[in-house]
Design a binder for this molecule. Structure first.
Ligand SMILES: Cc1cc2nc3c(=O)[nH]c(=O)nc-3n(C[C@H](O)[C@H](O)[C@H](O)COP(=O)(O)OP(=O)(O)OC[C@H]3O[C@@H](n4cnc5c(N)ncnc54)[C@H](O)[C@@H]3O)c2cc1C
Length: 474
């Protein structure tokens, strides 16, 4: 393409879309290049039997007026383009007992005090930590840049143990580890608090599914002159005089811009360049960073009028260890499949390591298919059996189901080992996993879930920081 853009964005996942919205709103000529036919990356939905299934976006926090996610949507200029519906409660199913976890700090505190009347002090310390950390996430601080704090180098597991000896309360406080791929010996107080703290402020989801969100944001970007180039994988960043001259896609097409934002994992971004500006030890350091594990997701189509729609998402941890995410699951009946009082869809998410399916990657496609299908079927059946403990008769309501594994994520989003949330915020090495937006290449900037943190909030924050750095560079 001969046209020269102000900014080229690599990847049309959430990050690419937020950067695209903001920069076009600021009057920039933007081009977003995506390797897949469809946009969305980790949140790209799919259809089966006339039903839309959402993938990597269950819900997100701090969505109400005056709260940070809501403010960020406004700054990107997309707040009026899609509808958000609130969630009032979560459920936590643990050791055969169901806990109600209300959204909203006051209700949350009152409910926990009913379950644990002797633990007032611990509950108050926990809540004030969440409020302190999320309270620091303001537009002003995002633009200024966050300061490193001791919450980055303290483990959440140790923190909850330091405030209470009550094992049951420790488990209830960390019920939603799955939302950040929690690892007992790695996850920091910081990452836990931004996720749980923002969800406790308010929680919402796309009322009309991810497709509505994606279509409206895409249309907004296009209406402001932004261009989408789909089904083109960026293969190389070509340098001239220490700057990127153009990016080249697999088919040899060249795209020119003043600035480039990569939303890919930093290792994959660096792999696109062979310049000496990026030192070998830095490449090694980035490639050795640990990533969160992947996910096994089951998309169930239920028989008509057989299974009740559940207002509250349910986290289940059936072993005595809430950090054992292989034996935990998140169970949700998406609103897109709500038919009267019944659920047509159920979505079940659990953790899976890439290593569990790795050996099915390199074999011939035929062998891989049967072995892989069998593996996925067995795992799904195990999870269904476990769900029977909570919802007796569940299996009888299943019409059919579809699954995705680490291989699916590897294929669709191209994340390393199909990692769900990218680089781990490891409290043992906090500085190592904090990556700057600027690179040694003057007109190449990083964004996406690997910088700061993942999810709707993490990706929005980083997109704003990246775009401001790009605009400063102009
Ligand atoms: C199963 C699952 C459930 C989740 N649930 C939630 C949730 O409930 N709430 C929440 O807030 N977050 C959730 N997340 C996290 C959230 O979806 C991600 O953090 C976020 O979508 C990441 O966006 P991104 O743009 O950084 O990356 P991606 O979505 O990975 O986007 C990167 C894009 O780049 C494209 N790409 C890759 N390589 C190239 C190349 N060489 N050339 C061109 N394009 C390329 C990819 O195809 C992709 O579209 C979930 C994630 C998963 C996997």
């Amino acid at each position: 393409m001969d046209e020269k853009f102000d900014t080229i964005i690599i990847g049309a996942g959430l990050s690419g879309l937020f950067c695209g919205s903001y920069l076009t709103k600021k009057g920039q000529k933007v081009c977003i290049i995506e390797k897949n036919r469809e946009i969305g990356g980790a949140i790209q939905p799919f259809t089966r039997k006339n039903e839309w299934f959402d993938t990597g976006m269950h819900y997100f926090g701090a969505v109400n007026d005056g709260q940070i996610q809501n403010e960020l949507f406004k700054i990107f200029g997309i707040n009026n383009d899609f509808e958000i519906k609130n969630i009032d409660n979560f459920k936590f199913w643990h050791n055969g007992k169901e806990y109600n976890i209300p959204v909203g700090y006051d209700k949350y505190k009152a409910q926990l005090l009913l379950y644990f009347p002797k633990e007032k002090k611990a509950i108050e310390i926990y809540i004030s930590k969440l409020k302190e950390i999320t309270g620091n996430i303001t537009i002003k601080n995002i633009l200024k840049g966050f300061e490193y704090s001791s919450d980055h180098n303290t483990g959440i597991y140790n923190f909850v143990r330091s405030i209470t000896e009550n094992k049951e309360l420790q488990d209830v406080l960390t019920f939603n580890n799955m939302l950040y791929g929690g690892e007992r010996d790695k996850s920091s107080v910081y990452i836990h608090s931004v996720i749980n703290g923002s969800f406790l402020q308010s929680t919402g989801f796309f009322k009309n599914g991810s497709i509505d969100f994606l279509e409206s944001v895409k249309n907004k970007i296009k209406s402001l002159g932004g261009i989408f180039v789909n089904s083109k994988k960026v293969d190389k960043l070509d340098l001239k005089n220490g700057k990127i001259n153009c990016c080249i896609t697999e088919d040899g097409s060249k795209y020119f811009a003043n600035n480039y934002i990569s939303t890919l994992h930093p290792k994959l971004t660096l792999d696109l360049t062979d310049t000496k500006l990026i030192k070998k030890f830095y490449r090694k350091r980035i490639s050795e960073l640990k990533n969160t594990k992947s996910t096994f997701l089951i998309y169930v189509l239920m028989k008509e009028n057989s299974f009740l729609y559940q207002e509250s998402p349910l986290f289940s941890s059936e072993t005595n260890n809430v950090w054992d995410l292989y034996n935990s699951y998140l169970f949700q009946t998406p609103i897109s499949g709500k038919k009267g009082k019944y659920a047509r869809q159920v979505k079940i998410m659990t953790e899976m390591s890439f290593e569990d399916v790795e050996n099915m990657l390199g074999q011939s496609s035929k062998k891989r298919t049967s072995e892989y299908l069998m593996f996925k079927k067995q795992r799904a059946e195990e999870i269904f059996n476990s769900i029977e403990n909570k919802f007796p008769g569940f299996k009888n309501c299943i019409e059919t189901y579809y699954t995705s594994s680490p291989l699916t994520y590897l294929h669709y989003t191209g994340t390393i080992k199909g990692s769900s949330y990218g680089i781990i915020n490891d409290f043992n090495h906090p500085i190592r996993s904090m990556l700057p937006i600027r690179t040694k290449i003057k007109n190449l900037f990083l964004s996406g879930q690997n910088i700061n943190f993942h999810g709707m909030l993490g990706v929005s924050i980083t997109a704003l920081m990246t775009c401001n750095t790009v605009l400063e560079n102009e």
